[in-house]
Ligand binder design. Structure first.
Ligand code: NOJ
Length: 494
């Protein structure tokens, strides 16, 4: 009986969160609102002005069926040429900051440390950054958003520890060439996707399927590269440039599928294998204990002489620990978790190491992306979890948004933003979570990786059939503008 009452109370509370009554709480004055894009998804100009080939150019050109409708990012939104128009759209919306990424292959066409610099690439990003500043929009730069230079992939890509040297070389150029203008740096975007999907499941370029091995090696290189870049900034640039550095980590919220101890354990394990895989080393110095234990044990039973999860030396732990100026989260949705019997020991994979069943509630509203159900209360829960797990850090939401199939009257997107922001403002005002920025994905409809141009996330639609790549405002752009100018989700705020 008690359990039943608890269940009904939970459903009622969740129901409230999902109702039409947005919070009356107001976002604090210091709170900033931004929008995000990424180089390969919007720029086009794939070989313009001396740019080199990256893994997405390579895979879409050599294996066109890798992406739906044989789409690619050769032209995309043509933002490489239309950046001034993009900045004007953001200014019109009242956006505080623009999160965009730099294409490594534009700066260093060969990617490799010591290879020639492409001045035209630098010029482009200086022009974009200056245009933003001239219009009162702060630049937030991601150094790497999945577009590894192809020559580096041919040397093995991220599972190769030598990538650290190449990435640090590239990052130094960015600090030197752009650091007078850019004060907010993200080293990597969603390293979990780069590693798990790029080298584990093959879902993203370069499309390798060596899960349980290459994905862990990839993450290890990325974490060490991030730490080195953080220290380089600290020691050589921070005093003069006064900027901040972090890494963007993605995770959905994992909610126990029931109140049973095992399902609760499964949820926490999923969180640790997702956010914790990257967050724990950077914040606490090492991989989460549950990853060390589970991967170590399974590796041993599988006959490996050492764990498939690489180990950090004590010196490395001390070096990686604390390499963040804020905690950044990309989050879109929620999954339930259930405990399951141990996977067959012959299976070497991240999924078997994690060993949790993930599922959704069929009543959760769908989007155009199979992985993205609309679950606004998950946002409040995940920022609370981050706050508790990592000692109340400053948190940025670096991506959140909804995909649909298109249309200018995008009511579903407006509801999504209203309900997610409603949970966010409650987390800040009522729960005391220190979130200071929110970034909507995305400014424009753009190249959504394997789905090509079929899943649309933008505040502006883009006519991909026109050479002009004409941008047209959607209703959600006006909604977001109003939230930014009023810091409020309803007409009357507290
Ligand atoms: C995460 C990625 O950073 C971005 O590239 C992608 O388009 C969005 N999520 C939506 O899937």
């Amino acid at each position: 009986m008690k359990l039943r009452l608890l269940f009904l109370a939970t459903v009622f509370l969740i129901g409230l969160d999902q109702s039409n009554s947005a919070s009356k709480n107001k976002f604090p004055d210091y709170f900033k609102f931004g929008v995000a894009t990424a180089s390969y998804q919007v720029e086009g100009g794939w070989d313009a002005d001396g740019k080199g080939e990256n893994v997405w150019d390579h895979i879409t050109h050599t294996n066109p069926n890798y992406v739906k409708n044989q789409d690619n990012g050769d032209i995309a939104c043509d933002s490489y040429h239309k950046y001034k128009e993009d900045v004007a759209l953001m200014k019109d919306m009242g956006i505080d900051y623009y999160r965009f990424s730099i294409s490594w292959s534009r700066i260093l066409p060969y990617g490799i440390a010591g290879s020639p610099l492409n001045q035209l690439g630098i010029d482009h990003y200086r022009n974009l950054t200056q245009e933003l500043l001239d219009n009162g929009i702060e630049p937030m730069v991601t150094m790497f958003h999945w577009d590894t230079p192809e020559p580096l992939q041919e040397l093995g890509g991220w599972p190769n520890p030598e990538m650290e040297e190449h990435f640090v070389y590239y990052a130094r150029i960015l600090f030197e060439q752009l650091g007078d203008l850019v004060k907010m740096w993200m080293t990597f975007n969603e390293a979990k996707q780069t590693c798990l999907e790029g080298y584990g499941t093959g879902e993203k370029a370069p499309g390798f399927k060596t899960s349980g091995l290459a994905d862990y090696q990839c993450a290890h290189t990325i974490l060490k590269s991030h730490a080195k870049v953080y220290h380089m900034y600290e020691e050589e640039f921070r005093e003069k440039q006064g900027g901040r550095v972090g890494i963007v980590i993605d995770s959905m919220w994992f909610e126990p599928g029931s109140g049973s101890d095992k399902d609760v354990e499964a949820a926490e394990r999923a969180r640790q294998f997702t956010y914790g895989w990257y967050g724990n080393p950077i914040i606490h110095g090492n991989y989460p204990q549950v990853m060390i234990d589970r991967i170590g044990e399974r590796s041993k039973k599988q006959g490996f002489a050492k764990s498939r999860l690489p180990t950090f030396t004590q010196e490395e732990i001390d070096y990686i620990k604390g390499t963040y100026d804020f905690v950044a989260l990309n989050t879109y949705s929620t999954n339930y978790t259930a405990w399951i019997e141990e996977a067959d020991i012959s299976d070497v994979s991240y999924n078997s190491d994690l060993n949790v069943r993930l599922f959704v509630d069929d009543s959760w509203e769908e989007s155009a992306s199979t992985w993205l159900r609309v679950v606004p209360w998950g946002l409040r829960k995940i920022v609370n979890w981050l706050s508790k797990t990592y000692n109340n850090p400053e948190i940025f939401i670096t991506e959140n948004g909804l995909s649909d199939r298109g249309g200018l009257d995008d009511d579903q997107r407006i509801r999504y933003y209203r309900d997610y922001l409603s949970n966010l403002v409650d987390a800040i005002v009522e729960d005391g979570v220190n979130v200071t920025r929110y970034t909507a994905w995305s400014l424009l409809d753009n190249f959504e990786w394997r789905s090509g141009y079929t899943e649309k996330f933008g505040f502006y639609s883009v006519d991909f059939n026109s050479t002009e790549r004409t941008r047209t405002k959607k209703a959600s752009a006006d909604y977001y503008s109003k939230v930014i100018s009023t810091r409020c989700l309803v007409d009357t705020c507290n």
